[in-house]
Design a protein around this ligand. Structure first.
Ligand code: NOJ
Length: 518
C-alpha cells in the first residue's frame, strides 16, 4: 500500500520549466547567467504557459559539478547574485501566480564545505561523523569509492558521485563494519536535522519546495525495498507536515513506489536504470522518430507497473530533457518534437520542460567539458533569445561565455519561434494551454492505455467530469487501432487527421489528437 502525503494543490496543474542558472540569462555582462537575468525572463516563461520553475543548485560552490557540490547551503553563489536577489526572484515568481522549487542536494557536499573540513581533522569534533569515514586509511569504503590521503584524520571518506563529493552520513540500513553507523545513531540523525535546517531556511525565504538530488541513495546498504531510505524520508515528511505542509517535494529517485511511500509528491522518470525512458526519445530508433521503427513496449510495461504499485497514482514526472542528458533535438527534428510534446503534455504527473527545448535548441557538439559537465556540457549551452550579440544571452565578449553558444547561424531563437504560428514553441504553447483547460489531462487525472505496443500510442485520460482519448502517431505512416467507445469532438489535433469507421480509428502519419469520449 502506498499513501501519498498531503499535497500542495498547485502541483495538480503544474507545468515546470527547468532553469540551468548558468545559461539562462546574463544581466551583468560577465558571461554567466544570474538571478536578475532570470527575473527579466519570467514573463517569457509565463507567456509559454509554464507556471512553475525548477532552479538547479545556485549556492556557494567550487563548481566541480556545476553546483551539485555545495560549499554553503545558506548562501547564493556570488556569480548569480545575492540571497536578496534570490528572495526577489521568489517574489517576482509569486507575483505572476507561479511557483519555484530549488534543488536540494542532501547526499554529498563539496570537499570545501566547512563540515568536511572539520571532519578531516584528527581531533574529534561535532562533524567527525557528518560523513562516512572508514577507520583507517588502508581500509576503503567499498562498494562506495573513497577519498583518501588528504586529511590528518586516519581513514577514507566515502564519496557519493564524483570523487570530490564526500557522502554525508545518514547511517547504514544494515551496518556490517564497525565504522558503519546504524540509521538511528546520534550522528546519522544529526545529518538529517542539519538538512532540515537548510530546508527550513529556504522555505521560510519563500521557495515552494525542492527537487531532491539522488533522493533514494542517502541511507547506505539498504534492502531491496529501500526501507531505510523510505524511513528517512518519512521522517522528513513528518517535519514538513508539521512546519511546511505546502512544500512540494519531487524526487530524483525513479522508483515511485518507494519515493511516494517516503512522502514525496512526485518522482522523476530517469534516463538510466530500468525506466526505458530512452526508448522514447534517445536511442538509435526512438519511438518518437518519424521512421516509425521504435518500440515503446518495455517503457509502457514499466510505466504501468509503477502505476499499479502506487495504487494507480504513478505521479511520475516525464521531462523533455534535463541538464544531465542529450537535448531532445539531438535525436528528433522539430516536427517530431511537436508530437513528442503532445505526449509529454498529456501524461499524468507534472511535465518538465528543459529550458530551450521549447524552441528546439540543439545539443552543441564537441565542446570542452565545463565544471564537471563532460558529455552533458553540450546540453547546457546558453539560451538563445534573439538574433543579437551572443543570441541575446549576454553582452560579454563571446570567448567569455560560460559555455559556447550553438555556432550554427541558423540556430533557433525565442524571438523567431515566437513570431511564427507554426513553430515548435507555438505548438508547445498551444499544448500547455490545452492541458490547462482539461483537468483530466493534468497531474492527477486517470490514465488507461488502449495500445501497449506498436504505433499509434493510445490512452484514455479521465477525471470525474470527462473522458478523453489521446491518440499519438509519431510514425510517418497512417496507423489504425480498434476502439469501440463512441467518440465526440476532436479537441486538439496536430497533423493531418483522425477518423473512425465502425470500430476502427485511423490516425494519419505524424499526428497527435485528443478526442472527447462520449
Ligand atoms: C544528479 C544531478 O542531476 C547531476 O547533475 C549531478 O551531477 C549528480 N546528481 C550529483 O549530484
Amino acid at each position: 500500500m502506498c499513501r501519498t502525503a498531503k499535497h500542495p494543490e498547485w502541483l495538480d496543474n503544474a507545468v515546470f520549466y527547468e532553469i540551468y542558472p548558468q545559461s539562462f540569462m546574463d544581466s551583468n555582462g560577465d558571461g554567466i547567467g544570474d538571478f536578475k537575468g532570470i527575473i527579466s525572463k519570467l514573463d517569457y516563461i509565463k507567456e509559454l504557459g509554464c507556471n512553475a520553475i525548477w532552479l538547479n543548485p545556485c549556492f556557494k560552490s567550487p563548481f566541480g559539478d556545476a553546483g551539485y557540490d555545495v560549499e554553503d547551503y545558506f548562501t547564493a553563489a556570488e556569480r548569480y547574485g545575492t540571497n536578496q536577489d534570490l528572495y526577489d526572484l521568489f517574489e517576482e515568481v509569486h507575483k505572476r501566480g507561479m511557483h519555484v522549487i530549488l534543488d536540494l542536494v542532501p547526499g554529498h557536499t563539496a570537499v570545501t564545505h566547512p563540515w568536511f573540513r572539520q571532519s578531516m581533522k584528527a581531533e574529534k569534533n561535532e562533524f567527525t561523523h557528518r560523513y562516512i569515514w572508514s577507520d583507517s586509511i588502508w581500509e576503503n569504503t567499498a562498494p562506495l569509492e573513497c577519498i583518501r590521503g588528504i586529511s590528518d584524520r586516519d581513514g577514507s571518506a566515502a564519496v557519493n558521485f564524483f570523487s570530490h563529493q564526500p557522502a554525508l552520513n545518514y547511517g547504514y540500513f544494515r551496518p556490517e563494519k564497525s565504522w558503519q553507523h546504524p540509521m538511528d545513531s546520534e550522528d546519522a540523525l544529526a545529518t538529517a536535522e542539519a538538512i532540515k535546517e537548510i530546508m527550513r531556511f529556504w522555505l521560510k525565504a519563500g521557495c515552494d519546495g525542492f527537487r531532491v538530488d539522488m533522493a533514494g541513495s542517502l541511507v547506505k546498504n539498504d534492502n531491496e525495498n529501500s526501507d531505510g531510505n523510505v524511513a528517512l524520508w518519512k521522517n522528513f515528511r513528518e517535519f514538513l507536515d508539521r512546519e511546511f505542509p505546502d512544500a512540494a517535494m519531487i524526487s530524483e529517485w525513479g522508483e515511485p513506489d518507494k519515493s511516494l511511500r517516503g512522502g514525496f509528491h512526485m518522482d522523476f522518470l530517469l534516463h538510466f536504470g530500468s525506466s526505458h525512458y530512452n526508448d522514447l526519445f534517445r536511442c538509435a530508433e526512438p519511438y518518437f522518430s518519424s521512421r516509425g521503427r521504435g518500440d515503446i513496449t518495455e517503457f509502457l510495461k514499466k510505466y504501468i507497473e509503477n502505476r499499479e504499485k502506487t495504487d494507480g497514482k504513478g505521479l511520475i514526472c516525464i521531462p523533455s530533457g534535463n541538464h544531465d542528458m542529450d537535448r531532445l533535438r539531438r535525436h528528433l527534428d522539430t516536427e517530431e518534437m511537436k508530437i513528442a510534446f503532445a505526449f509529454l503534455l498529456t501524461m499524468p504527473g507534472a511535465p518538465f520542460i528543459y529550458y530551450g527545448d521549447e524552441i528546439g535548441m540543439r545539443y552543441v557538439e564537441n565542446v570542452v567539458s565545463v565544471e564537471g559537465g563532460y558529455g552533458r556540457t553540450g546540453s547546457r549551452s546558453p539560451m538563445q533569445w534573439d538574433g543579437g550579440k551572443n543570441a541575446g544571452f549576454s553582452s560579454a565578449p563571446e570567448d567569455k561565455l560560460y559555455i559556447p553558444l550553438d555556432p550554427d547561424t541558423d540556430r533557433p531563437t525565442a524571438e523567431s519561434e515566437m513570431s511564427s504560428e507554426s513553430s515548435l514553441r507555438s505548438e508547445v504553447k498551444r499544448l500547455i494551454e490545452f492541458r490547462q483547460s482539461h483537468a483530466a489531462l493534468q497531474s492527477r487525472g486517470g490514465i488507461q492505455f488502449v495500445t501497449y505496443s506498436g504505433y499509434p500510442l493510445v490512452y484514455e485520460r479521465s477525471d470525474e467530469n470527462e473522458k478523453l482519448l489521446v491518440a499519438i502517431n509519431p510514425s510517418g505512416e497512417e496507423k489504425s487501432f480498434a476502439y469501440s467507445e463512441e467518440l465526440g469532438d476532436v479537441l486538439y489535433i496536430y497533423g493531418k487527421g483522425v477518423s473512425k469507421t465502425g470500430e476502427t480509428v485511423t490516425v494519419s502519419g505524424q499526428t497527435a489528437a485528443v478526442i472527447r469520449i462520449k
